[in-house]
Design a protein around this ligand. Sequence first.
Ligand code: GDP
Length: 217
Amino acid sequence: MTESEAEQYAAEIEAARVLFARPVSFVMGAVSVDQLPSAELPEVAFAGRSNVGKSSLINALVGQNHLARASNEPGRTRELNFFLLNDALHMVDLPGYGWARASKVAVKKFQNLGRDYLRGRPNLKRAYLLIDARHGLKEVDNEPMDALDKAAVSYQIVLTKADKIKPAERARVIEATQAGIRKRPAAHPIVLATSSETGLGIPELRLEIMQTCGVTL
Ligand code: GDP
């Protein structure tokens, strides 16, 4: 990166910080796809196994502790939760999957809701698939990736809780994850590592979302 490119990047990171410090509100929790808010604004969605750190990541992005509920209680993440940022974009918290304690029927219902949403949302710019940095990709993550590839929804892997592993291990997991998605047509080739605890990767993810949604300030 040249000096002027570095300055440009720093300015973009700052603009993204400002955007995510603007007002954000909870719009609604939808339990079926007929209830979704209007599809006019650009949208990004967050998916991942229950307990992967999805609520914590959304809270870290907006710098608030209680916007998305960080909770291990499964019942709280059964809906598609819509958040509106700066009247400019929606962030959508999808129901967690791979939730061991749920009944099979309940699991299917939540998965179908997530899948129907991902398949049919014209303003969805990108889905972020959250993966615990300590575990990397697992068998259970194949189903959502298959669904995203099939629906041709652009998605990017975001590793969560990266503070829990050492930098060398982090580099190894990023590499293994990038190798694991190489043949997946709708997957973004770059894997981001984040920590809601230390803020690692959060400014970069804000910028990605801002650019993906085409928002300018
Ligand atoms: P969700 O079910 O995917 O919404 O997961 P939560 O955001 O509720 O997080 C699950 C658990 O992981 C909570 O105990 C969080 O405090 C913890 N957690 C989430 N993100 C991080 C992180 O970046 N670092 C660490 N060390 N813990 C995290």
